[in-house]
Every structure is written in structure tokens, then in C-alpha cells.
Design a protein around this ligand. Structure first.
Ligand SMILES: Nc1ncnc2c1ncn2[C@@H]1O[C@H](COP(=O)(O)OP(=O)(O)OP(=O)(O)O)[C@@H](O)[C@H]1O
Ligand SMILES: [Mg+2]
Length: 335
């Protein structure tokens, strides 16, 4: 049962036994060993190395991630794009400690998530990650006001009521939604609810913010506003943000866009420096007219590169045998 008022919250906010124990601080769980290997990766907040996820249902196995490799530095704002079923949510859930990899290595903020115990994962989820989902109903308690929703994750941080309220109000202000502090989710628009959800996700000072289609259910104007909020909090707090999106206008505003296809990273787009400098002074229409990113293919650790169907067609390659030659310092792949 969820709490019906603030007094009940301390006891009933969590209904999972392990989670409740950690929230209440009854036991001091180890949030995964910070191993030497993980320590070596500490400039990168995220390292995925040969990450594999297989979902087994009755008699079928689905290979959702097939040896995915990805490194993200602290403070980056990254968008992940890919077709439906390409493995985006699987990857995000794994980074968020909601699912365990089947094989490979996954380090987040120095923690080896593959080796982490269930209890360690609970602690990790509570301290290190914040989530924003597409459906605002998943993000907010319907019978709490916006302010109470942001305060909820702070109930277990041994803060005074005043400090809790001030912090929650500060977050709502930063996101420009403090005028709705006393409204319930049903009294707010989808975009307003999403803004409150971002404040909730930031309340416990996570190291990494994960958003799965955060603008999937709002119109383009609201989507623009939410995108600007992500950029603002990335710049102001320096928090690492990973956003899964279908929204190409959002992709144009982040410095690094990762394309995922069949459970692997296929290409990456890095924002051009000149475009980045102009970004704040441009309208959405003029932005669309300027080429924003440089596109790179990803060379994995086994020296493999995935070529797009378009590139193969343009080069007239229609079989699985290609010629590879090095000419003038360039590798040429041809029929
Ligand atoms: N719990 C599960 N059990 C079985 N198969 C799953 C499960 N979750 C995901 N899959 C499968 O894994 C693959 C990747 O799914 P995932 O949800 O990561 O895709 P996605 O890129 O997020 O797609 P979308 O854009 O539609 O949200 C799909 O083939 C999906 O059917
Ligand atoms: Mg998904």
C-alpha cells in the first residue's frame, strides 16, 4: 500500500522488503565493490564492454543487446536513438540497475553492476541514478502535490522538514514549475507533470539521470521546453544525462547522439563546435537548416564496423564479400 499522507510516508513509501530496509537505513549495504578495474575507468561515468542481454521466454530467446560497447564521460549529455525493439530501454534499464546483464562488463560511477548483489543494486538505485519515464503517471504519486512528490525521495535522507521543503522548492524553481508546487498531477498538463518528474528524479542528487522517451507524450513546443531543461540542468549541475528518444529535434540539441541498431551501437554523431557556439542564439527553424553533427561509424574492440544499408546500396555492394584496401592512408571498402 502507498502512503495516503506525509505521516504514513516514512513507513509505507516502499513496499519491497529489501528496499524498505535500505530506505530506513536499517542495514548499511555495500553498493557493489569499487574494484581496481572499475576504479581505472573513473573518468568515464559509464563503461559498457561487450554487453549482452538475453531475455528468455517459454521457448524463445531474444537477444536484446549483442555485445554493446559504449563509454560516457562524466557530465556528458547524450541522446540514444534507434528503431523500436533495437534495445534502447534494455540498455537504460541495465544502466539504472533494474535489469542485470547476461554477459559483458558494465561499470557505472566506479561500480561493477554485473557483480553487484541484489542489495547492492537497491542501494545503487537509491543513490546513483534518477529516472524519468515517458508516461508521467509512472513518475509521480497521484495523491501527492508536485512539492510532496519532490520531497518524497528525501524522506529517508534524515533531513529536517524545513530543509526538505527548501530543497524540493529549489528544484521546482530551477525547472520553472514552482508555481504548480501545490497542484496534484491530475491538475497539471503532461508537460508540467514531466517537469515535476525531472525535479523528483534530481531530488536525491543522483550521479546520472536516465530518461526513456521523456518527450514522447507531449507536443513539439512542450518537447522543446523539456529539452532546454535537460540542457540547463546538465550545464548548471554538471550531471550526466542519457536520454532515449525518437525525437530528432532533441537529438539536434545534444552534443553526442548514439544510434543503436540490433542491440549494438552502429554510429555516433558528434556536434560540430561551430554549431554548439551558435545553439543558444538560434531559432528552431534556423537550427534545422544548419548541419549540426559529424557522423562516425563505431569500430568495436574486435575491429568490426557496421555499415548502413544506404551506404552499401550507394556503393553497389549486394553480397557478403567485399574488397578492403588501404590507399593514401584511407581504407576503401568496395564490391
Ligand atoms: N522483459 C522482456 N522479455 C522478453 N523480451 C523482451 C523484454 N524486454 C524487451 N524484450 C525484447 O528485447 C528487444 C529490445 O527491447 P527494448 O524494449 O529494449 O527496445 P526499445 O529499443 O526500447 O524499443 P521501443 O522504441 O519500442 O521502446 C525487443 O525485441 C523486445 O521484444
Ligand atoms: Mg523502449
Amino acid at each position: 500500500m502507498y502512503p495516503q499522507n506525509n505521516d504514513e510516508m516514512n513507513n509505507e513509501y516502499v513496499n519491497n522488503e529489501t528496499e524498505a530496509a535500505v530506505y530506513a537505513g536499517e542495514e548499511n549495504y555495500d553498493a557493489g565493490e569499487v574494484t581496481e578495474e572499475a576504479e581505472a575507468e573513473k573518468d568515464n561515468i559509464l563503461v559498457c564492454d561487450g554487453l549482452v542481454k538475453i531475455y528468455k521466454t517459454d521457448d524463445v530467446e531474444v537477444l536484446a543487446l549483442q555485445g554493446l560497447e559504449l563509454e560516457i564521460e562524466r557530465g556528458e549529455l547524450v541522446a540514444i536513438i534507434g528503431k523500436s525493439g533495437s534495445g534502447k530501454s534494455t540498455l537504460l534499464n541495465m544502466i539504472g540497475g533494474l535489469e542485470k546483464p547476461t554477459a559483458g562488463r558494465l561499470y557505472v560511477d566506479g561500480h561493477d553492476l554485473f557483480a553487484m548483489s541484489e542489495k547492492g543494486l537497491v542501494e545503487y538505485r537509491r543513490k546513483s541514478v534518477g529516472f524519468v519515464w515517458q508516461n508521467s503517471g509512472q513518475n509521480l504519486f497521484p495523491y501527492f502535490t508536485a512539492l510532496q512528490n519532490v520531497e518524497a525521495p528525501l524522506y529517508f535522507d534524515h533531513m529536517s522538514q524545513k530543509a526538505r521543503r527548501e530543497k524540493a522548492m529549489g528544484l521546482l524553481k530551477m525547472i520553472g514549475i514552482d508555481h504548480k508546487a501545490n497542484s496534484y498531477p491530475a491538475q497539471m498538463s503532461g508537460g508540467e507533470q514531466q517537469r515535476v518528474a525531472i525535479a523528483v528524479a534530481l531530488a536525491h542528487d543522483p550521479k546520472i539521470l536516465l530518461a526513456d522517451e521523456p518527450t514522447g507524450a507531449v507536443d513539439s513546443k512542450t518537447s522543446n521546453m523539456i529539452q532546454d531543461i535537460f540542457r540547463k540542468i546538465n550545464e548548471e549541475i554538471g550531471i550526466t544525462i542519457i536520454i532515449v528518444t525518437h525525437d530528432l529535434s532533441l537529438a539536434n540539441k545534444v552534443s553526442r547522439v548514439i544510434m543503436i541498431s540490433d542491440g549494438k551501437i552502429s554510429t555516433e554523431k558528434i556536434m560540430k563546435e561551430k554549431y554548439r557556439q551558435q545553439l543558444d542564439n538560434m531559432t528552431t527553424e534556423s537550427l534545422a537548416a544548419v548541419e549540426s553533427h559529424e557522423e562516425y561509424s563505431i569500430l568495436d574492440k574486435a575491429r568490426r564496423v557496421q555499415l548502413s544499408q544506404d551506404a552499401l546500396e550507394m556503393a553497389g555492394i549486394d553480397s557478403n564479400k567485399v574488397r578492403v584496401e588501404v590507399k593514401d592512408g584511407k581504407i576503401i571498402i568496395s564490391k
